[in-house]
Each structure stands twice: as C-alpha cells, then as structure tokens.
Design a protein around this ligand. Structure first.
Ligand code: ADE
Length: 506
C-alpha cells in the first residue's frame, strides 16, 4: 500500500471513528461528558446540571433523585427487583429530566422493564464500519478498537428496574432487607439506591467517636439508622467493608445489618459513610459498663457472638454461595447488643476473604492492624502464617475467648459480679504498645484471671473451659468457632430443659 493511500485510509478511519462516537451521543467537544439533570447542587451537581457517563433517576418511597455517574460505578445499580424502589439509567443528553416512576409503582406487582435497545444510529455506524473493513486493514484495526470501547460504555443492564409494592404501604428498611436477604442476591441494594437512601438520612446525634471516625444515629423515613463516618485516614476500611457487604451474602441475625455505603465530596474533602441497622443499646463494651447479666443472659450473648463468627468463618458452596471471612479485629467495641439480648458483629474493615472452591485468599490492602490488646500470641511474635486462611480464623478465636471473659466478669454468680475491665487490664497500661502486649502474652504467657465463683455454675464453668481452649499458645490447638457454638448450643438446650423442669415442679 502506497503512503498516500495509507494516509487516506487512516484519515477515513479516524473520520469514521469520530462519526460513530458522535452517533452514539458521547461526543464531548470540550473534553467533558454527558450532560444530565441533577438536584440539590450537591457533589458535582451545579445549577441543576452535572456531567458523567450515565444519567440516572431514582425513586425511593416517593423521593426522587436525578444525577450522573461515571462508568467506573456502573455495576448493578440500574437493575434489581425489590419493594418500593425504581431506578433508571440512560445515556442521552438530559435523558433523566422527565423520567417518572411507572404508574403502578404503588400497585401490586411490578415487573422489570425491558432494556433500552441501542440507538439505530449505532447500527448504521457499525454497518459502515463493517463495510469499511473490506477496504482497509488499518481501519479494521481502528474499528475493532472502537467496538471494544463502545462495548464497555454500553451496558446491557442499561434499563429501568421495578418491583412489587405491598398495597401501597411504605416498607421499612427492615422490609427491604428481609426481601433482599430472602429473594435477592443478599449482597446489598443497587449502588444508586444505596446512594439515594444515604442522602435521605438526617443525622440526629453522635453516639461514638474514635480513631476510626464517628458513629451517628440518623433517621431514614422516620426510623433510626446508624451512620459510621470514616476518618479520611481509615478510608481503606470503608472500601473493604463496602466491598464485603456488597459482594458477600451476609444477612445473618448476628452480623450487623448493612443498609448503604456512600461517598460524597464536601468542601473538596471526601466523606465516607456506612449506613447500618441501629442498635440503641450500643456496643457490648458500652453495655457491659453499666449492665450485669444472669448466667442465662451471658450464655445467650456468648452463643450469639459464636453464631455470628461461625457464619463469617464458614464458606457456603450452594446456590447462596458465600466465601469464608475472618474478622481480624474482634473485640467488645466491635460487637453490638440487640434488644433481644443477642449480639451482632460489626466492622468488617480489616476482614480477609477466602474461598477454597474458587481457590483464593484475599487479604485486602488495609494498612490498619487489629487492636493490640486483643492480638493473639502469633500476631505479637510475628510467627503467624499470613498466607494461610486458617491462621486468621485462629486469631479470631483468641479474641473470642477474651470477649467471653469480658462478659463472664459481668455475670452474677452467687451474688458476685466484677467490675467491667478490658482484657489484661492488670498487666498492661491503657493503650498498650505492641512490645508490652508481646511481653505479657508471648514471653510470660499470661492469661486473663478467672474468678472462683465462675467454677460453681454449670454455664460459667463450661464457658471458662471454652475460654481456656481459645487461648492455647499453639493456634492450631484452639477450638473452632463451630465447636464453641455447638458446646454453647448444647448448654442452652440443657438450661432450657432444666428451667422447664423447675417450672413444672413449682
Ligand atoms: N455504635 C456503633 N455502631 C452502632 C450501631 N449500629 N448502632 C448503635 N450504636 C452503634
């Protein structure tokens, strides 16, 4: 091919490429993106307009939001099937301006709308491109490049999604999550719905503050929700927790219920929110400061934490697939107390994920480490095998034993209850260093002391035995979460049985 012919071919290819991109409506003369309608002048929205790769419209219980987002965020946010929510995404200039929810949004049954089919202009352009391939290999290469790019931008999920609304009632977030956990993927609401819900929250009071950031009680549709606002230095924890809740089926009564994650920019700084169920009794740490327990209450709490940990640690290979997860920062501050006397485990910001069936171990890339006071000996002396998932579960078990010890101290046996103290309170100072913990746990091999009264009660004496088996220096000798759960479940059944017998006697 002569050089002028080659030049003609290249110029024609470029011309064709440009015309195809224009036909797609993605042209961008000022180096900017698709123009969309938006509200609130929040984030990138200015004078009711924003630019992105997609325009969206969401309807959540009568509240509408319009805006735009980039293709990096296009996942399942425009699909899904759940109560009282409608999402629509599109790729034409201001195409979200006049979208309204379907008339039957408050009706009985809603079906998913058909996907939007690509525009005819695209097909014309593609045909042109295909014929051009016959003329020149160069433009064929260009054509292939274009098709790859266009394929990435145009997603088959580009559609509205609708759902069932029960008799026009306003479902609570509990309803939404029950439906999602039982019939949906159980891996979090679509991204846009999360974002819309998060932005409908009013923050009411700060209920916790720490290095991680703050926890607020907020309200959404009149109900309390917890909003964890991550400090900017702990953004990796937000990413990890968001990733886990959105990809792993984690609906369990002893794992903190997830509602939404949201990232916003405010005065040029990024705000990271994690919205979860709110538990008014607060963390187990807070609860134990002012409450004591009876042995049955102690058992209920310990069993519930063990159940939560078994759910995390267990890989499920059936249809409701779930990888195994190790927590890596289990402690009383990361456990919440529910009104029914059970607990749920929170804070998955440091968790590691493992799947034997899919053959992967994902340790994340969070620079944060666990809480020193709760670190297992092998973490403190750095002999832990970081490439083996079992090792991480074994460190959780060490910490589980310490949590049981904190609960047991606050349990009334023979009229005696001890004051709340954190583990190793008598051996290390407040905010102990790594070296101080190492000396106590690895060199001196000390363990938390256990009050004599605990040996005189069947529940507490079993709990003491379990604690000791969670604290073996050798991590492989420790109990598994499943073994702890089974032992406590048996104790629970036995104590129910003896209570029944006692009642029948009276
Ligand atoms: N503190 C931390 N997380 C909380 C939650 N989900 N509910 C209540 N208090 C909390």
């Amino acid at each position: 091919m002569g050089s002028s012919a080659l030049l003609t071919v290249v110029l024609a290819g470029v011309f064709l490429w440009i015309s195809v991109i224009r036909a797609e409506g993605l042209d961008d003369p000022q180096g900017e993106k698709l123009l969309c309608t938006c509200e609130n002048d929040k984030g990138t929205c200015s004078n009711g307009m924003c630019r992105g790769d997609y325009c969206f419209y969401t309807w959540v219980h009568g509240r509408e939001e319009r805006g735009c987002f980039t293709k990096d965020h296009f996942r399942e946010q425009c699909s899904g099937s759940f109560k009282g929510l409608f999402t629509h995404c599109c790729t034409e200039t201001k195409c979200n301006a006049f979208v309204t929810p379907p008339p039957n949004i408050n009706g009985e049954l809603m079906t998913t709308t058909s996907p939007e089919f690509p525009q005819p202009s695209l097909w014309i352009a593609v045909s042109l491109l295909l014929s051009f391939t016959a003329v020149s290999v160069c433009s064929f290469v260009l054509l292939m490049r274009f098709r790859r790019t266009a394929g990435k931008l145009r997603d088959p999920e580009d559609r509205g999604a609708m759902i069932k609304v029960p008799n026009g009632d306003d479902p609570t977030y509990g309803d939404i999550f029950d439906e999602f956990c039982t019939s949906g993927s159980g891996t979090g609401l679509p991204y846009l719905v999360q974002r819309t819900m998060a932005r409908q929250i009013s923050l009411v009071e700060c209920v916790g503050k720490g290095r991680y950031g703050e926890v607020w009680r907020g309200t959404w549709m009149g109900e309390s929700v917890a909003v964890k606002i991550f400090s900017s230095r702990d953004e990796q924890s937000w990413f990890r927790e968001t990733e886990i809740y959105n990809t792993v089926q984690l609906c369990h009564e002893n794992i903190l219920g997830f509602i939404a994650s949201d990232m916003t920019s405010k005065n040029s700084s990024t705000q990271l929110w994690l919205v979860t169920h709110f538990h008014e009794l607060g963390s187990l740490y807070d609860f134990l400061q002012y409450s004591s327990l009876e042995p049955e209450g102690c058992l209920r709490m310990c069993l519930s934490v063990a159940c939560g940990l078994v759910h995390l640690h267990t890989e499920i290979v059936s249809a409701q697939e779930k990888p195994a997860i190790a927590h890596r920062d289990l402690k009383s501050r990361n456990i919440l107390v529910k009104r029914n006397g059970q607990c749920c485990i929170a804070d998955l910001g440091l968790a590691v994920i493992h799947s034997q069936s899919h053959d992967y171990l994902d340790v994340g890339n969070n620079p944060r480490v666990g809480t020193k006071r709760y670190m297992a000996p092998e973490v403190l002396d750095e002999t832990i095998r970081l490439d083996t998932f079992e090792s991480y579960k074994q460190t959780d078990i060490w910490a589980l034993g310490l949590v049981f010890w904190e609960i047991a101290r606050r349990t009334n046996v023979n009229g005696i209850v001890e004051e709340y103290r954190p583990p190793f309170f008598d051996l290390v100072p407040i905010d102990p260093s790594f070296e101080e913990m190492k000396k106590v746990v690895c060199v001196d091999q000390q363990r938390p002391s256990l009050h004599n009264r605990l040996h005189s009660h069947p529940i507490l004496s079993t709990l003491v035995k379990l604690m000791k088996e969670c604290w073996y220096q050798n991590p492989t000798a420790r109990l598994t979460a499943l073994r702890v759960k089974k032992t406590l479940s048996k104790l629970d059944t036995e104590s129910d049985f003896s209570m029944d017998k006692l009642k029948r006697h009276i």
